[in-house]
Design a protein around this ligand. Sequence first.
Ligand code: AMP
Ligand code: MN
Ligand code: MN
Length: 316
Amino acid sequence: MSLYAESAALIAPARTVAVVGHIRPDADAIGSVCATVAALRQLGKEATGVIGQPHPFADNLLSIPGADEVVLAGELPDVDLIITVDCGALDRTGALAEEIGRRAETTLVIDHHSSNAGFGAVNLIVRDAESTTTILGRLFDELEVQIDKHIAHCLYAGLLTDTGGFRWGSAAMHTFAAQLMRTGIDIREISTDLLDSGSVHDLRMIGQALSRVEVHQAGEHRVAIIVADHALLSSASISAAEGLVDFVRSLDDTDLGVVFKESAPGLWHASLRSNTVDVSHIAVAMGGGGHIPAAGYTARGNAEEVVAALLNQVGR
Ligand code: AMP
Ligand code: MN
Ligand code: MN
């Protein structure tokens, strides 16, 4: 049986389902949650989307249909089946991790992170998929779910953003995008909502952050680093902070770009990007994970300490 058929077989008997995306969700996480909830409801099931964090996620993700219904919670409803989407590891489910770990035999993992070892009864992990929503598109065909405009919007959101606006991926991403576009979704509006909109206030924060960029030598690598501390980020939108890393992805004469974002004093999220170095490898060594070109991890300390720890790892 293919992994798709195995996943469909696990879904078939479930009457109630919780769909969990990763904490600090991006458009692939929320798009995957909302598409899956809509697909399961089309099949007559009761489905709820959940993110295991107490604080709200980025405002612009609310443009994805159904995102306003996604519950922020530390526990799951009593359900027959749990489906995690776009979660590269159990701990990416945040406050739900312990409960999902206990209920592994009723969990279906759907993901595309290269560092994902699998933590469910069935692990539909497709490492060369551009986005988790790409995997879902194929699974929905298996389940005979009709990809309507609502579902297509959700799936496109993940495809658009996880390919950096169709900058990388296989030819299949364009075939899939074409299939989704034929449902009548407004791709210009989706791109504006998810990639291009922002406030003047955010633009000023971005300007300050960019003026702090520094290039460090670490072993044979040259690393562009932006340190966005808590004071700088506290008044910025989440989407503006998450977008900073795109500016250091491929700077001249560097082979690695990193943004340190201090979400609470002393608590940092590091975002790593590269076109040539396997950053998932570095992120895993630092306790995180991700994909070969894009990965992340959490660090504690002051700015100098978290930067030094990373450079030490990169220089090995
Ligand atoms: P980010 O830099 O937060 O956009 O993350 C880049 C990629 O790495 C995304 O696919 C994330 O899901 C993944 N990632 C980020 N942080 C972590 C983490 N702490 N553990 C595992 N994967 C992560
Ligand atoms: Mn994601
Ligand atoms: Mn993804």
